[in-house]
Design a protein around this ligand. Sequence first.
Ligand code: GDP
Ligand code: IMO
Ligand code: MG
Length: 451
Amino acid sequence: MMGQSNLGHTCVVGLGWGDEGKGKIVDLLCADYDVVVRYNGGANAGHTVCVGGEKFALHLLPSGVLHEDTWAVIGPGVVVDPLKLLEEIDGLAERGISVDRLRISDRAHVVLEYHKLEDRLSELAASDEAQIGTTARGIGPCYSDKMQRGTAVRMCDLLRSDRLGEQLAEIVRFKKAYLAGAYGQDVGLDAEELTAVMLVAAERLRGYVCDTTSFLHERMAAGDRILFEGANGTLLDVNHGTYPFVTSSQVTSAGVAGGAGVPSSAVQHVVGVIKAYATRVGRGPFATELDNAMGEAIRQKGHEFGTTTGRPRRCGWFDAVATRYSVRLNGATELAMMHLDTLSGFEEVGVCTGYRIDGKVCDTFPAIAEDFERIEPVFEMLPGWMEDVSGIDTMEKLPENTRNYLKRVATLVGAPVTIASVGPDRTQTIFGETCAFSDRSSPARISTASP
Ligand code: GDP
Ligand code: IMO
Ligand code: MG
């Protein structure tokens, strides 16, 4: 698909606490892009793609990997667990899908066994209030080592078979002492064993590892279109999320520049992925949470259980305050609203339009996690839709109440909804302009695809 650079490069990013449906949107849009790039996070992500009744759960591989003509890049900002990645590659190979077009940055940091150990131990040692509820994939400890530098291992280090043993011996010595001191655990790490396992993994991955930064710049110069795939969600961003109940990377579209090695001006379109309601997995503030039968009904209907950990997701009404914050942070040019089918059958659907704190209604996002406990969400209840929408293919055919819901959300959060999703499959997607936010001047071109 050469020569389409005038259409620009696009970032797909979740505007909530993850699991918005990014995998589905990335896979779908990829038909119009030449390269798909992961720029943040690691195997904490679980991105689902459903094609013709077949389901694929992707953790480190970009969600465009099912398109055989699309290059799939794991950028320098990602933390790579080589064993998990190989498991994923093998899992796809068993299903007849090859990843010949995969490229992994030589600068990406490596998640090792001791990172996952530390992730688990630090959670176990924390008080109930301080536990984050991480995915235990070693993400935080690996990014800590990246910043610390002395104890970091990058993909390029993994390939230096003559030096890896010595490097890991020194780090493992330190980690054992550190984990014993901090958590009172003799973790029984063996540097030689770890080196042996990593050397085998490195040889299997060697052919995919390269300078992806130069690769991307060459592709862009050749006129290719790039799709950047955010992992996790904006409200989990380390700078802007509900800190400390966040992940350890820069999730927002701003993370693309650092995490992929392109100028920030490269991203012209930002598709913010939202659900018709809100979910969160793990601990932390959630102003619109429905800890009741309604929340349970949404969980069951939407199959809201984690793709990576299987944990039940907490469910609640759509939070327009939080989403407007996310729209602004990312510069979202348009929105993909997922799970409209899940919300059908409810008499009324709620949207939070403000946070009442100490009697005053505000529409900004608090910095301090405890402040959320004092928030009383202000809900606007909108008439729901009873119809089954899962087979609808145009915005015009959606029930009037569904269209009104989309318009109201678009107006409240400040961006148009141009993609509506009515089921997990590729085909259950509506591209349209009906729900345009009224201030919108010129339609962006993110895709020419019809599913
Ligand atoms: P991601 O992490 O943002 O890629 O999202 P996940 O894959 O973790 O979770 C989204 C879940 O919702 C997956 O099981 C998808 O197959 C499913 N899904 C996506 N869009 C829709 C939709 O419009 N309706 C329904 N019912 N399911 C959807
Ligand atoms: P995708 O890409 C949902 C959450 C964890 C935990 C917090 C920190 O599938 O949307 P971490 O393991 O990153 O240190 O955990 O962040 N979390 C996610 N929740 N979807 C994700 O990814 C997530 N990635 C991290 O549950 O609360
Ligand atoms: Mg997910």
